[in-house]
Ligand binder design. Structure first.
Ligand code: PFF
Length: 440
């Protein structure tokens, strides 16, 4: 449950639709789905397994496992890679979650009732052009996240997730039902599901892979930390598969709800990070009981972001507690403050620093601080972390240890082993090489 709470978040509802829109739709979705099931699920199984055997924060789990299996202590850097990735992801995640909080209030106040595309767009622009407002909501989100982390009340979250995800699911279905009544429904479906490979770039393939890792929360130790709490008798394969299905369903429903609204209102599918904040209020503004559904939707979205954000910072918190003798409270405050400061870079990416002259004539030209952070973490650090976990599990763990942990039948085991041992490392490598232009 907690891992599902980690997986389902802004990645599904905010990021998946907007990067699908930016990368041409169907072909991107298809590659994303392949990455989820051929790489995501086997790597998630590997990560949970490492966590359950390591039983510590990711850095020390890797150190311990490397020692147990007689391998280099350098493996602890894999843990580090994850700790750093989680920290950077949270810094921008919190800013976007802040947008969602602000939309709880604006939707609740009836701002979007009967609104047209122009008004909704204007509202979003005004919000993002105001650094102080963004800082305010970002601060609120960081505080509520760190309170849960500081008190170590993950079981509270776990209970919340039990009704939260189903509720979110039902609300997404309500949105899809609304989308079905709009004139752009067929176009929306075509955009999402009819692959047009001429629209996919080498960069798009890298992003589809990065999104698969991001949305499943794999490759950075968050799932490893939860694996450490997983009871011995729980099936790792079944758990991983269930999480992947739940996570993918929410993302696909979000897409099916959003693209019809895009096409019915003549909006731009590739308009970027604001996509759901423009399309969904439009839908709520024009459907029956829209203020109610809209407010509820944004509340659930904030909760979903919240249960993800806790897992982003938990590896770092656990490391400080276990290694630097920090109390849980002190670790949470320190990391919360640091994350908040780095988050300011994302806040300014949407206004003061929307153009960074420093990046001119470099490969980063035209990118913002937020773009760079997001790119590095999702598309490089997570796949790299994930593939190193796959390599560790597939090549360095003893077979008896793997079999004991996974406890699946022979055929399933062989399939998993083949995927982590050969398919994932080769695939990630090819996608990386492709992205830097080796094959073109
Ligand atoms: N999976 C989360 C989402 O889709 O919103 C984001 C995330 C959480 C990524 C935790 C990585 C992580 F460790």
């Amino acid at each position: 449950m907690a891992a599902t709470g980690s997986a389902v978040g802004l990645g599904n509802i905010w990021k998946f639709p907007y990067i699908t829109g930016e990368n041409g739709g169907g072909a991107f979705v298809l590659i994303y789905l392949l990455c989820i099931f051929l790489m995501g699920v086997p790597i998630m199984m590997a990560e949970v397994m490492l966590g359950r055997r390591g039983r510590r924060n990711p850095v020390d789990s890797m150190r311990y496992l490397a020692e147990e299996m007689g391998h280099s202590q350098l493996w602890r850097f894999l843990g580090w890679l994850g700790v750093v990735a989680g920290f950077f992801i949270l810094s921008y995640y919190s800013v976007i979650a802040g947008w969602a909080i602000s939309y709880v209030f604006s939707t609740g106040a009836g701002t979007f009732a009967g609104a047209d595309a122009e008004l909704v767009g204007q509202h979003f622009d005004e919000l993002t052009k105001s650094p102080l407002t963004l800082i305010f909501w970002h601060s609120i989100f960081m505080v509520i996240t760190m309170i849960v982390v500081a008190r170590g009340i993950e079981d509270g979250i776990e209970k919340a997730v039990r009704f939260l995800i189903p509720a979110l699911f039902i609300l997404m279905i309500v949105m899809v039902l609304y989308a079905m009544t709009t004139s752009g429904f067929a176009d929306g479906l075509r955009f999402m599901f009819a692959p047009d490979f001429s629209k996919i770039t080498t960069e798009g393939v890298l992003k589809a892979m990065g999104q698969a890792f991001f949305t499943l929360s794999i490759g950075m130790g968050a799932i490893m930390v939860y694996g450490a709490y997983l009871p011995k008798e729980t099936s790792i394969a079944q758990t991983s598969f269930t999480i992947a299905i739940a996570d993918t369903s929410v993302a696909v429903l979000a897409g099916v709800a959003i693209f019809p609204i895009v096409f019915s209102n003549g909006l731009e599918a590739g308009s970027g990070p604001g996509l759901i904040f423009v399309t969904l209020p439009l839908a709520f503004g024009n459907m029956a009981f829209g203020t109610f559904f809209g407010t509820l939707f944004f509340i659930l979205l904030v909760f979903a972001a919240w249960s993800s954000s806790i897992s982003l910072i938990e590896p770092a918190v656990a490391w400080l507690i276990e290694n630097k003798n920090f109390s849980r409270i002190k670790a949470s405050i320190t990391l919360g403050l640091l994350t908040w400061v780095v988050g300011l870079g994302t806040v300014f990416s949407f206004n003061e620093w929307s153009y960074i002259a420093l990046f001119d004539n470099t490969p980063l030209q035209g990118k913002t601080f937020f773009d760079v952070l997001d790119y590095l973490t999702s598309n490089i650090m997570l796949p790299l972390g994930g593939v190193l976990m796959a390599i560790f599990a597939g090549w360095l763990m003893k077979r008896t240890a793997c079999e004991e942990e996974l406890a699946i039948n022979e055929t399933a085991y062989l399939l998993w082993h083949f995927l982590v041992r050969y398919v994932t490392p080769v695939a990630v490598m090819l996608v990386f090489l492709n992205a830097i232009g080796v094959f073109s």
